[in-house]
Design a protein around this ligand. Sequence first.
Ligand SMILES: *Cc1c(COP(=O)(O)O)cnc(C)c1O
Length: 244
Amino acid sequence: MSGDDPRRVELAERLAAVEQRVARACEDAGRDRSQVTLVVVTKFFPAADVRLLAGLGVRDVGESRVQEALAKAQEDALAPWPAPAGERLTTHFIGQVQTNKAAAVVGWADLIHSVDRPKLVRALDRAAQAAGTVQGVLLQVDLEDGADAGRGGVRPADLPALAELTAGSEGLDLAGLMAVAPRGADPDAAFARLAELAAEVRASYPGAVVVSAGMSGDLEDAVRHGATHLRVGSAILGARPGVR
Ligand SMILES: *Cc1c(COP(=O)(O)O)cnc(C)c1O
């Protein structure tokens, strides 16, 4: 173990702090830590960081831009290095997907968190079938209900129809729901609403068990409301360079 690489030390400390937050949130919620997957969002950070994180035991990584995800994959950041043979990182695509990038995202992602419209469902279904795979997808719900169209997501009223279309797509596996808490709103209320919607979807599609919610600032609220996947970036990697 090379404990002297300062970036590695920094990532290890931040990861440990987040792990502690997750563990405490699980304890407070009466949930087992194993029910919650920590997805480390590495967008805007280099492949070298992904490798360091893998070395620190991270097994789930998230990216939000197709070109960047593919570039890192080419740099072997997602190869089974330095994990034991047979283990590799699980890849989560969490950003908005253009339909013309459907095949690329299917080729990269184990789970796509951000499916929010029929046209995209059809494009991903075609891409998955062409690739001979069944692609796991989450439906991203717009908890602002259209108030801020910029962040994507299906309006709650349109969720049942989108779930039906997805569940009926041979190339897709409807694995659950994802949401981002609305800016400036109470994440507790937002994730309570998401939990209700997730329960409604599960009533019709029992396999749709994933609830992807919670980021650096609100992961405790998400755990309290049943999140199975947290998407944490800046609390582990630091402030993102440049954009945002
Ligand atoms: C960037 C991003 C995250 C991570 O956000 P942090 O606040 O840095 O933890 C989570 N989810 C989505 C959809 C993102 O785009």
